[in-house]
Design a protein around this ligand. Sequence first.
Ligand code: SF4
Length: 674
Amino acid sequence: MKEVATHCPYCALQCGMMLRERPSGIEVGPRDFPTNRGGLCQKGWTAAELLDHPERLATPLIGGREATWDEAYSLIVEKILDIQRRNSKDGIAVFGGGGLTNEKVYSLGKFARVALGTRYIDYNGRFCMSSAAAASTRAFGLDRGMPFPLADLAHADTLMLIGANVVETMPPFARYLTEQRRGGGTQIVVDPRATATARNATLHLQPTPGTDLALALGLLHIAVAEGLVDRSYVDGRTTGWEAVKAGVAGYWPARVERITGIPVSDLEFTARALKRGKAIILTARGAEQHSKGVDTVSAFINLALALGLPGTPGCGFGTLTGQGNGQGGREHGQKADQLPGYRRIDDPAARAHMAKVWGIEADEIPGPGVSAYEMLDLLGTHIKALLVFGSNPVVSAPNARHIERKLRSLDFLVVCDFVLSETAALADVVLPVAQWAEEDGTMTNLEGRVIRRRALRKPPPGIGTDLAVLAELGARLSQGNTGVRFDSAPHIVFEELRRATAGGVADYAGVTWERVDAEDGVFWPCPSADRAGTPRLFETSFPTPDGRARMIPVEHRPVAEEVDAEFPLYLTTGRVLSQYQSGAQTRRILPDEVFVEMHPDLASRLGFAEGTPVRVISRRGEILAPARLSAAIRPDTVFAPFHYPGVNTLTSPALDPTSRMPEFKVCAVRLEQA
Ligand code: SF4
């Protein structure tokens, strides 16, 4: 029997697991890793079922017919060169994913900039973490979702979760919440729905969708009024306090109650609880996937800084990552504005550094592109061909019907996947690639811990790997440029990644696969092999020019699409326990169906019962879904899980002005009898 210690292929908790090859098939077993301590959710337990799934692709497809790899590569290169000749190098775009390994993310960014010479590359993580990343970077000078280990949560006196339903989305995470409550801690959960996480909390705050920003401003107003601000921390470790203090003066409790619907007494309880002992504030997609997501996270960071939390032992502020490599996926160069090591692509020093690593001139590196939704919106006009790796935008992009039309308008679409996802079904060429248990690599979990994914077996015959695809296409497209090299071996790519990130914000120079194996992962930054990683950040200073965190004044503003007489209800989207992201993997293992959750009072007003087929209609699209009645949701709001085709035809493409994050979490809809 062969077995390896590895990690779950799905979410950012990256639970440790054992994989065993038995005569009866591949079996998942528990593994005592520091984050999940043996626990797995149903997605993890069933992850191996996809490895030998009958719907798995076995050969490349050209126009739907089976083809050889050489035919597929030749056609891709011919089309790329032709489109580049007839348009420009920016006529080709690349779309990546937050589930790809660090090695793949790095190679994808290099492939786009060096082999294709295009500025158009972005990825589906823009839909998840970009608002948290932008707010953390502008405040702290660095974006690592959790700047402290998960284990710290269990010891907090007060824990505040805003827009996070970890009990359902990451069940093994819940043990930290349970431990914290059992230790006498106070837990406050902010969510428009009484989720399993909210129901377990000491206090559930149930705001009107799109009003978390006002909530944060109101809490800081109370902290100022009641003398809860840590003046010595604010004076010694931050800048910008006076403007922020002046900015919250207008958010008195009664006004915030009117905006958010949260009673004044609950606002006061929350502000006071955050000042008692050790406190930690965590935001997630519920607060971030808005057209004001960056300002919302900034408002909670301001609150945390005013209370003296970031960098204080046992306290802190963090943002929860969702996708498997949501953290590493945003560090190594698949974002439109970024080079590896979390460097900016418009920084001359960063360009010079990367040009040296890549063996090209700095002025050969293209400039910044545009964000994921904006890039998809250019398909068929500026962009004629798209290469997709590890993503399924037909299901996961907002305003999805429009995006599907855009994909259909391309001259040429290539998708690398292991099943025929909804996006792959539209492709001119589909390349079948290995799954997580068939290749080595590294991921960076939600704590910033670099971990090792280990292969249990080789890919089946005829199946490639993402790295091999990039290496082969890179070699064919870079002919004549002998200084440029694309490797398909993940450990060699990781060595190049170490050199590339050296000196950057996300510095992996001291991380080796051997260290990761020996130390249960290594926390970045880790600038040299003789230095330990950094589990806790900001203990003595922030990585800003003056070493202080920056407090940024922000203002509440309405959602991009308010309810009105025609579309009188808020729609909010989110996840369910059984599914991961666009569901391309999990829907094939744990088939279940879309539903629309609504309050019984709303259902009775509209004449719906449990299971009634309902049309959910927005300005962009509509879906048919059975009604699911639950008193856990506000009567003015309905909920639908986004894992299923169609749900994102409803959602709004309104973008945050800074992060370019779409407003997935709220749009206006109406319900009709089917
Ligand atoms: Fe753990 Fe997430 Fe995998 Fe579930 S999906 S087993 S929580 S890593």
